[in-house]
Design a protein around this ligand. Structure first.
Ligand code: HBI
Ligand code: FE
Length: 295
């Protein structure tokens, strides 16, 4: 059913003005998606799913099947949440965009993943600033079907509440960025992707796994919490975990002493290597040198 909005020039995010509840959730109103939006989801999905076998970790690919996320258009969050809740107790709640940190952490701590309901416009198919439904649902949601990762992200939400209380948000945001968004995992058959920011981006899917440009460094909690990140381009360093259990164990400790140690240390630039790094691959930065030369 096509609503009466101007379909020739649809707004970038038609949920931007949707009435928000106290927890910043909105109504997805799944029946309001038009054919063009469902078709765009299907094209984004088809393009990405062709690249992921052999590059995304098995836990992600298995979960994609289990949640029946496929080419049948923008998912209905209520239906998706029923499937997800049966597996790990998580649900997907619609939001219109970024929500305040405290609201975000509260949702994660209660096993609710806030996902953007809008889908990126045609002219931003390859890169979008605000998390849209493809980044959030195709990128982030599938791994919530994995019991260990599901517990990790809930622990992250609980840690976020504590970090906010201590004013230590920057370190926690780095942990999120270098794992949940851009993390790699070592497997017996080679490096695989689990970070949502990579899984929802065709170019970074190839770059993060196959390009000689970036560093790939073994995950270490304090190292990751010290390392600044890049918002609007590929990462210069990717961190590699050996299992989701490692990530979960890292979160089940009091971050207080870590924050105290980190306060005494300078942060690290995205490309920097540090003493003690277990280097998986040392980058040659050809991608960034070319960009700097071209600038
Ligand atoms: N809100 N909807 C949404 N999605 C996010 O990923 C998000 C957010 N608010 C805050 C936030 N992320 C970050 O500040 C935290 O990861 C630290
Ligand atoms: Fe994200």
């Amino acid at each position: 059913m096509q609503s009466d909005r101007d379909t020739a020039h649809p707004p970038k995010n038609r949920y931007a003005d949707a009435p928000k509840r106290a927890d910043w959730t909105i109504d997805q109103d799944w029946r309001s998606y038009g054919e063009a939006e469902h078709d765009r989801w299907n094209r984004l999905y088809a393009r990405q799913i062709a690249l992921l076998p052999g590059r995304a970790c098995d836990e992600y690919l298995t979960a994609l099947e289990a949640l029946r996320l496929s080419r049948s258009g923008v998912p209905d969050f209520a239906e998706l949440s029923r499937r997800l809740a049966a597996l790990t107790g998580w649900s997907v709640v619609p939001v219109s965009g970024l929500v305040p940190d405290d609201v975000f952490f509260d949702h994660l701590a209660e096993r609710r993943f806030p996902a953007g309901a809008f889908i990126r416009p045609e002219e931003e198919l390859d890169y979008i600033e605000e998390p849209d439904v493809f980044h959030d649902v195709f990128g982030h949601v599938p791994l919530l079907a994995n019991p260990v990762y599901a517990r990790f992200l809930q622990a992250y939400g609980e840690g976020g509440r504590r970090a906010l209380a201590r004013g230590q948000l920057a370190e926690l945001a780095r942990l999120y960025w270098h794992t949940v968004e851009f993390g790699l995992i070592a497997t017996p058959t080679g490096l695989r992707i689990f970070g949502a920011g990579i899984l929802s981006s065709p170019a970074e899917t190839m770059f993060s796994i196959e390009d000689s440009s970036p560093n790939r460094i073994a995950f270490d909690l304090e190292r990751v919490m010290r390392t600044r990140y890049i918002i609007d381009d590929f990462q210069q360093s990717y961190f590699v975990i050996d299992s989701f259990q490692t990530l979960l164990d890292a979160c089940y400790q009091d971050f207080g002493p870590i924050y105290d140690r980190l306060r005494a240390q300078p942060t690290l630039a995205p490309h920097e290597l540090a003493p003690g790094d277990r280097i998986v691959t040392r980058g040659d930065f050809h991608y960034f040198r070319a960009k700097t030369a071209a600038a």
